[in-house]
Design a protein around this ligand. Structure first.
Ligand code: DQA
Length: 144
């Protein structure tokens, strides 16, 4: 069995469905997990799907993915725009990673235009709602 792709979710994404649905859509994180399981199956991969509101736990998940995973798809949520720790963690692991966002941060408040993560990943997919996760899985699968 090949190693799993880690799908890592940052703060407040546990509230998807109820949180600003006009920005992030009506699907819950559990709906998105089911979508990812299905998309990964079609690509012949398995996934580990995790979420935390805590920056250090996200760093731990990235390190775990470096040891046990094949690749990373990460929505760092608000930590995208602040976290040197997540940037460093992604640079420390030897597996390909893709940053994804439900919304298109470039079209929103100016503080969302800076991504500390973009410099540490292979590429970024944003603005496609839940499909950003599916596109992220396809992108990272092509890198394997
Ligand atoms: C987000 C965009 C971020 O700016 C925001 O802080 C989030 C979600 C997205 O998926 O669109 O929490 O990462």
């Amino acid at each position: 069995m090949s190693k799993p792709i880690f799908v890592i979710n940052g703060p407040n994404l546990n509230l998807l469905g109820a949180r600003e649905p006009e920005v992030y859509g009506a699907q819950t994180l559990a709906d998105i997990e089911a979508l990812c399981v299905e998309a990964a199956q079609a690509l012949d991969h398995v996934i580990v799907f995790v979420q935390s509101n805590i920056e250090g736990e996200l760093v731990d998940f990235i390190q775990q993915a470096g040891r046990e995973g094949a690749a990373i798809v990460i929505n760092p949520a608000a930590y995208t725009h602040t976290s040197v720790a997540i940037h460093d963690a992604l640079k420390s692991v030897d597996v390909p990673s893709v940053e994804i966002h439900l919304s298109q941060p470039a079209k929103r408040e100016s503080f969302r235009r800076r991504s500390y993560v973009a410099e540490a990943v292979h590429g970024t997919i944003s603005g496609f709602g839940a499909d950003s996760y599916v596109l992220g899985l396809q992108a990272v699968s092509n890198l394997l």
